[in-house]
Design a protein around this ligand. Structure first.
Ligand code: ADP
Ligand code: MG
Length: 265
């Protein structure tokens, strides 16, 4: 089955702005962000003075050796975790000092997540997995939830697998269910931490092609963590981390690969 987007599910990108005026601010703005873990006597600087700006419609890959801070940066961007220092403005709003509840609200409104292990509920149909996020946040009728979940599964090429449980689907199909689930709340940002890490290379290409189309066709802002340079190449922008610092931020994949090589010397 191909990974092309099979129907045109309306995605109301303007909704989050409240108007059709182009917004003045960047979608994501990190200033001097640090995250320090204190373990007994030792301090780990997982992020160390990160400045980063992303605009609506960007498609970025975060790359770097293991332990360089990719997941910490992703969790910070995803409002799952708060930095020790610095400022993070998401859609113009400072989120660093928000309570966990406030961050959860922002997250539900703005961000969809895809994980390496798919994180689908077993013994639950593809359709119900995609409906689940719609039970929280904005109220929707059961009928509207069903219609939206069906549309999204059709979009990712699984319109004929609505009643299948995760165990009855291939890894690539499971990840496509997870992508449909991530889109259920109509986020403006789609994030994935090693979303192809558990897939073979052919399936990985299919899933990665889907991220590209969601970016290009649907205008979603996409941010992926990957250690796979062929995945990073699919993104328009490559951000290379080492020791919690951004050592390269470039649209030139060769330059990114070179920075990565030099960082592992
Ligand atoms: P990556 O995703 O690039 O492999 P991480 O962001 O997971 O890197 O980790 C960056 C650094 O922070 C590593 O040195 C890691 O050991 C440390 N770290 C991450 N999470 C924690 C934690 N919860 N407690 C202590 N140290 C952590
Ligand atoms: Mg990681």
């Amino acid at each position: 089955m191909s990974a092309t987007l099979e129907s045109s599910v309306p995605m109301s990108r303007d909704r989050h702005d409240g108007s059709s005026e182009p917004s003045q601010h960047a979608l994501i703005e990190l200033r001097d962000v640090a995250k320090v873990y204190k373990l007994e006597e030792v301090e780990v600087r997982a992020l160390d003075g990160v400045d980063l700006t992303m605009h609506r419609g960007d498609y970025s890959a975060l790359i770097g050796p293991s332990g360089s801070g990719k997941s910490t940066l992703m969790n910070t961007l995803g409002c799952l975790d708060r930095p020790t220092r610095g400022s993070y403005r998401l859609d113009g709003i400072e989120v660093v000092n928000m309570s966990a509840d406030q961050r959860a609200k922002i997250r539900n409104a703005q961000i969809g997540f895809v994980f390496q292990n798919f994180n689908l509920l077993a013994r639950t149909s593809a359709l119900e997995n995609v409906e689940l996020p719609m039970l929280y946040g904005k109220r929707m009728s059961a009928h509207a939830r069903y219609d939206r979940a069906k549309e999204l599964l059709t979009l990712v090429g699984l319109g004929d697998r609505l009643d299948h449980h995760p165990g009855q689907l291939s890894g690539g199909q499971q990840q496509r269910v997870a992508i449909a689930r991530a889109l259920a709340t109509d986020p403006s940002i789609l994030m994935g931490d090693e979303p192809t890490g558990n897939l073979d290379s052919r399936t990985s290409r299919e899933v990665i092609e889907m991220f590209r189309q969601l970016n290009e066709v649907k205008g979603l802002t996409v941010i992926l963590v990957t250690h796979d340079l062929s995945v990073a190449k699919n993104a328009r922008r490559n951000i290379v981390l080492r020791d919690g610092k951004i050592i390269a931020d470039t649209r030139d994949h060769e330059a990114a690969a070179e920075a990565l090589r030099s960082s592992s010397d």
